[in-house]
Design a protein around this ligand. Structure first.
Ligand SMILES: *Cc1c(COP(=O)(O)O)cnc(C)c1O
Length: 416
């Protein structure tokens, strides 16, 4: 085995690398990375690549981006917790936060581009105008890799990055996100682009897992509780996988953290399925779907097809640690944001406010003991400050694609 190998969690078979997103044997289970290094040797510098030992890469990229971990005396006091630790991935210079796209999606983007480059390179395609697109576009731009972003028309002005050098190209599609995703699939097939892969991409998961690694190193051991707001739940899976590696290391304790995951009501399909004890998400769990999605405060938490059911997915992660799923209202999230802003100096991403709100609820309901070691993953923040202090430019669309176009027409627009 080289530095790492991939196994399929459904069939257990080894899978050749080559940037694979599934085993190719018709299994639905996720792949997982098995690293040769069982002890984590954290490098002195290199941003997220300080955790090289447990990233599925053979090369690294130049970056300062990494999760920071700190304690907030005032927040601990407010919550009545003696051992609260915060993982923060965003722009917050006073606390060492230098993640310019302002969310932990950048921890996924960096190893994804390195993994791709190790395996022959390519243009990455993303269908979103949210945090994933900003992270992948910013990173593409910083490292000089090409990236194509496909968004619905109405999101055409929503993608902005720092220091635009033209490596991220934007195309619009009439309709909604489902149409943008369908279009991205067609462009991928026609142009040979590489999908970012979502939860199926081990580089995305192990990249997100560095938040837990940074936390365990700072705290001296695996925490008792891990709080995060989820839409796809990939961060929960990643925290679980990182914790298993930390247990294997031997220096960080031998117990998995309890995953305390949260969704933003009224759109809470995984919370509903988990709290009803089900591995399947039903139509009922999805509620009024698009209408519910439109009502939530943190719209990054509204994935309608999360990796919940399959082997190695969110259900398995929650089962392994006896996890808890909470539903947080918009009012609760806003009030958590106000509390954070009265103490800290970087506005949380709405999703991070949902995570804090869920911790507040858990404490109020007596589910967390005062002396327990609690790790709160503030998954993003500081975007307003980064815009102002670093300067951000909106990426202008290069062309408009339509689903009724023929293949040559699509090629023509994208190649122009
Ligand atoms: C994507 C995102 C989440 C949700 O992450 P998942 O673990 O993939 O569900 C939470 N917070 C922020 C800021 C995000 O961008």
């Amino acid at each position: 085995m080289g530095e790492y190998e991939l196994i399929c969690l459904e069939g257990g078979e080894r899978v050749d690398e080559r940037y694979k997103l599934s085993c190719g044997n018709a299994h639905k289970g996720l792949l997982r990375t098995v690293y040769r290094a069982k002890r984590l040797n954290v490098r002195d510098s290199g941003g997220v690549f300080r955790f090289y030992d447990w990233l599925p890469v053979r090369s690294t990229l130049e970056t300062e981006s990494e999760p920071v971990v700190f304690r907030s005396e005032r927040l601990s006091k407010e919550l009545g917790l003696d051992d609260l630790w915060i993982g923060f991935t965003g722009y917050y210079p006073e606390r060492g936060g230098r993640v310019r796209s302002c969310t932990f999606k950048e921890m996924e983007a960096l190893p994804t581009y390195a993994r791709l480059r190790d395996n022959g390179g390519g243009t990455v395609i993303v269908a979103s105008a949210g945090n994933t697109a900003r992270a992948f576009a910013q990173t593409a731009n910083d490292i000089g890799n090409h990236c194509v972003v496909v968004v619905p028309d109405r999101s055409r002005d929503r993608l902005s990055i720092i220091n635009d050098r033209g490596f991220a190209r934007l195309f619009t599609v009439p309709g909604d996100y489902a149409d943008a995703i369908q279009m991205a699939d067609r462009v991928t097939a026609l142009m040979g682009y590489v999908p970012e892969g979502g939860a199926r991409n081990v580089a995305r998961r192990d990249g997100m897992g560095t938040v837990m690694l940074a936390g365990a190193v700072a705290m001296g051991r695996i925490p008792d509780h891990y709080f995060q707001a989820v839409g796809s739940g990939t961060g929960g899976i990643s925290a679980w996988e990182a914790s298993m590696r930390l247990i294997g290391d031997g220096r960080f304790g031998d117990r998995l953290p309890i995953l305390d995951l949260a969704q933003n009501s009224p759109f809470t399909p995984m919370a509903k399925a988990w709290n009803a004890g089900r591995r399947e998400i039903t139509e009922e769990d999805l509620g009024r779907q698009r209408d519910d999605v439109a009502e939530v405060f943190a719209d990054v938490l509204t994935n309608r097809k999360p990796p919940y059911t399959m082997a190695g997915g969110v259900y398995d992660a929650m089962k392994a640690c006896d996890g808890r799923f909470r539903e947080v209202t918009n009012d609760e999230a806003r009030s958590a944001e106000r509390l954070w802003m009265s103490i800290e100096n970087a506005r949380p991403d709405p999703a991070a406010s949902v995570a804090l709100a869920s911790l507040i609820k858990a404490v109020e309901e007596g589910e967390i003991g005062r002396t327990e070691k609690v790790f709160l993953n503030m998954t993003g923040g500081g975007l307003d400050r980064a815009r102002e202090e670093l300067g951000m430019e909106t990426i202008k669309p290069e062309g408009s694609l339509r689903l009724d176009m023929g293949d040559d027409e699509i090629r023509g627009v994208v190649d122009a």
